[in-house]
Design a protein around this ligand. Structure first.
Ligand SMILES: Cc1ncc(COP(=O)(O)O)c(C=O)c1O
Length: 399
């Protein structure tokens, strides 16, 4: 037993328990439910009509090729797979790909990119505040707080009305302090499912530029909404308008390789010299956190993007995922006028206008699991499960 010699001495037994992350807790509840007909629309992974999250066929081919051709597992370096980042560059940045003031590197998933981006911003200005829309993902604020920055909430979505609180959002951004950070959701990313229209993006851009804010765009679902280029509209608009932009990107969804942790961070500054210095800090932070990103998933994405035939097959499989998401949305929207808003949204998520009590009743009576906010994954269920999901939700709305 530890003998305390001064007031600073502590043991691990002094630790307070960490409150459950609601999303992780929900996964535990689903797993613990023995009812075979349970429906899990809480977790954010794409499922096909049979209810599976298959490995893309093109990913299997790339993995086989990697297995056959890889001759070493020596370190790649802090930036990870540079060719992966080079090939991803035009997909994310579009017409800005040739801008030498933008640099990028491979990260462990989109969440790794978020953490790295905020580490850089906190180094730049520990007093910067990060403006975060509500609702957002439960890990956004903790990541910002972990680097010591303060969060300020801006209103984003009115759940009952299925609509973006756009005027409130812009007013809040217009009251931010110069040098603050605006955390924006790229596409299909907001848990509400409500994306900004192109005109709304332009107004947000004006607010960001007028107030001298730094936009950080979290884009993890590119290709799940309307198409790779269309979904990157907001990223590219901000790059056109602002000298300083951070983009946290993920390939885990659009390559369906969630557990392989594939992402990238992009940093734009006003000059090549400043970008070089900023990337020095990014590398330093990476070194402190994970040293180097894991190779496998990014190497497979690189193999796919580097081979025109595999790239074309990836686009076909990505399109099939997008088509399923949009078809399920239309089916849900047609089921009841109160669900019509789902058909006007994009991506895997939407938010039902249910109270936490109604959500818990769905859990108890129908073994349907969604977040207490009513946030659910529209492609979280199989086609068969949807037959039960729709009437159960309509009954809950009637209650
Ligand atoms: C807020 C947020 N951004 C980005 C991502 C990107 O996903 P990943 O880190 O799995 O690449 C996630 C996924 O959990 C997320 O919660």
């Amino acid at each position: 037993m530890l003998t305390r010699t001064d007031d600073r001495a502590r043991s691990l037994a002094d630790l307070e328990p960490v409150p459950d992350d609601p999303l992780i807790a929900l996964i535990g509840l689903v797993n613990a439910d023995p009812r075979p007909h349970k429906i899990d629309v809480g977790v954010g992974v794409f499922r096909d009509g049979a209810g599976n999250t298959p490995i893309l066929k093109v990913m299997k081919q790339a993995e086989q090729r990697l297995l056959d051709t890889q001759v070493t597992k020596a370190y790649l370096g802090i930036a990870g797979d540079k060719r992966f980042a080079e090939l991803l560059r035009p997909i994310v940045l579009g017409g800005h790909a040739g801008d030498p003031r933008i640099a990028g590197l491979q990260t462990p998933g989109g969440c790794g990119a978020l953490r790295l981006g905020f580490e850089l911003l906190a180094t730049m200005n520990p007093k910067a505040r990060v403006h975060l829309g509500t609702p957002s993902w439960p890990n956004h604020a903790p990541i910002v707080h972990a680097v010591g920055l303060e969060t300020v909430q801006y209103p984003y979505y009115e759940r009952g009305q299925g609509a973006i609180r756009f005027e409130d959002m812009v007013a809040a951004l217009r009251s931010a302090e110069p040098g603050d950070v605006a955390l924006l959701h790229g596409c299909c990313h907001n848990p509400s499912g409500a994306d900004l229209s192109e005109d709304q993006w332009r107004e947000v851009r004006d607010a960001v530029v007028d107030r001298g804010l730094i936009p950080l765009i979290d884009i993890a679902y590119q290709g799940f909404g309307r198409g790779l280029d269309e979904d990157a509209f907001g990223v590219r608009l901000m790059l056109s308008a602002c000298d300083e932009v951070i983009v946290a990107q993920s390939c885990d969804k659009n390559f369906s390789c969630y557990r392989d942790r594939v992402g990238s961070l992009w940093v734009k500054t006003g000059s090549v010299e400043t970008t070089t210095i900023a990337m020095g800090h990014v590398f330093q932070h990476s070194r402190e956190m994970w040293s180097m990103p894991p190779d496998h998933g990014a190497a497979c994405a690189r193999i796919i993007l580097d081979d025109p035939e595999l790239r074309a097959r990836w686009l076909v499989e990505l399109t099939a995922m997008r088509d399923r998401i949009n078809a399920v949305r239309q089916r849900l929207a047609a089921a009841d006028p109160r669900l019509a808003f789902i058909g006007r949204q994009f991506g895997m998520f939407s938010m039902l206008p249910l109270s936490p009590e109604q959500v818990l009743k769905l859990r108890a009576d129908h073994a349907i699991y969604m977040a207490e906010s009513g946030r659910f994954n529209v492609v979280g269920m199989s086609d068969d499960q949807m037959e039960r999901f729709i009437p159960a939700v309509v009954e809950a709305l009637d209650a």
